[in-house]
Unconditional design. Structure first.
Length: 86
């Protein structure tokens, strides 16, 4: 899991130290949490920004709904025509 959230060099270093011995799982878990926390810092910041601007979020969702509905209607129209249900 560390390879997913840590720089490759850091992940390799922890892997080597774990294989060599002397690095416990507790130390590895602490490092994993630290890298995980740093990796998702931007997402946490963005979430706070979005939570403070719910009108914007609702507008984006409404816009997405309109776009998705338009695409879905075209797909459904083609599916009905292809199956003879039109």
């Amino acid at each position: 899991m560390l390879k997913l959230v840590a720089p490759a060099k850091a992940a390799k270093d922890f892997e080597d130290r774990l294989r060599a011995g002397g690095l416990g799982y507790g130390d590895l878990k602490k490092a994993l949490f630290e890298h995980y926390w740093n990796y998702f810092a931007g997402a946490r910041t963005k979430r706070v920004e979005l939570a403070a601007n719910l009108d914007y979020v609702k507008q984006v969702l409404r816009d997405g709904t309109v776009k998705a509905r338009a695409v879905a209607q075209q797909v459904l129209k083609r599916a009905k025509a292809a199956s003879g249900l039109d």
